[in-house]
Design a protein around this ligand. Sequence first.
Ligand SMILES: [Zn+2]
Length: 375
Amino acid sequence: MLHLRAAFVASLIAVLLLAAAPAHAVGLFDLEWSELAPGVHVAQRPDPMRYPVVCNTVVVIGDDGVLVFDAGGFPSQGERVLAKIKSLTPKPVQYIVISHWHGDHNRGIAPILDAFPKAQIVGHTFTRAAMLGAPGQRILKSEQAGGVRDTAAEVKKSLDEGKFFDGTPLDPAEKPFFERFVTDAVEHQAEVMRMRITPPTLTFDDKLDIKLGKRLVQLRHFGPGNTKGDAVMILPAERIVAAGDTVVAPIPYAFGSYPASWVSVLRELNGTRYKTLVPGHGPLQTDTTFLDLMGEALTLVASQVNAAVAQGKPAREVFKSVDLSRVEQRFTKGDPILQRFFGFYFRDPAIESALNVAKGIENEKLTEDPPVKTP
Ligand SMILES: [Zn+2]
C-alpha cells in the first residue's frame, strides 16, 4: 500500500513537473517521429517558427536499404536521424536526397555519411553547383565567422530597446520568442562550427526514379520555385509527397525565389493527388488548402510586381505598392510573431525576387562579384 502511494506521488510529481516545464525545455534539435505508411517515417522539430528553423526529414526503408530525404541541416539533427534509423532497421543508408542547396537541409548529413560512406548523395544539378559555388560557401563562411552570434547580439539590443532593428516597435507578445532566439544562438553557433558541405554525388535535371527493392521513389524537378534546383520526392504507391521548401508552413520562405514559376510547381504538386504532403518545415498537409493559399499569394506578388515594373516604378515604390492584405490574415491568423515573419520570410523576399526576375537579375548567382575597386 505504502509503495503504491509512493508511486502515485512520484507520478503526480512527474506530471506536475511536465506541466510546469516551459515550452523551450524541448531541445533545439529534439525531433518528433511518426510513421506515415509502413516503413515511411517523418521527423519534425516541434514549433516550426523556433530559430534556427529545422527541416522535416523523411526516412524510407526499402527491401535492401534506406533512403533519407533532407537528412538534416545541423550535425546534432543528423546524429538524431542516424540514431533513429539504426533503431528502426539494420539495413544500410543507400541514398541521402537533398531537396535544395539551403544549408538547413544538408549541413547535417555528415554524421550519416560517416556511418554509411557508400551512400549516394542525390540532388538537382543546380543544387550541387550552388553548394560548391558562391551561395553555399558564402553563407557558411559568414556564419562560421560569428554571424549567428552577431545576429543574436542585434536581437538582444532590440529586446533591450523595445524596438526592432528595422525601427518597428516590439509587441510584448513577441518578447518570449526573441528571448529564446538569443538563448538558442549559443547552441546554434556551436553547431555551425561543426558543419561541413557534402554536395550531391548523383545529380539529375528533371527526374530520377530510384527502386528500393519493390518500393518506387520518384524524384522530380518541376521548374524553378523556392530555388532553381528544387527536388521533390513522390512515393506513388503510398501517395506521399515530400516537397522540400516548395511548401513551408505556416509562413513560406521566399528568399531568392521565382514567384511566378513557383505557382506552377504548386500546381504540379497538387496534381500528384497526395494523401500526405510533407512540407520542408511545419505541419503535414492532407488537403490542398495551404498550397492553394501559397499559390494565391505568389500570384499576387508576381502580378503586382510585374505591373509596377511595367509602369516604371522604382524598387522602393514597388515594395510599398504590393498589397497582400487579401491573403496575409490567412497565413498569420493575427499572431504577432507570424505577422512579423510574414514580412521577413515571405512578403519582402518574394517582392525582391519577383523584381529581380522582372529585371533579369540572377537570384542565385553561382559566382562572387569581383570586389569593387576604389580609385
Ligand atoms: Zn528550409
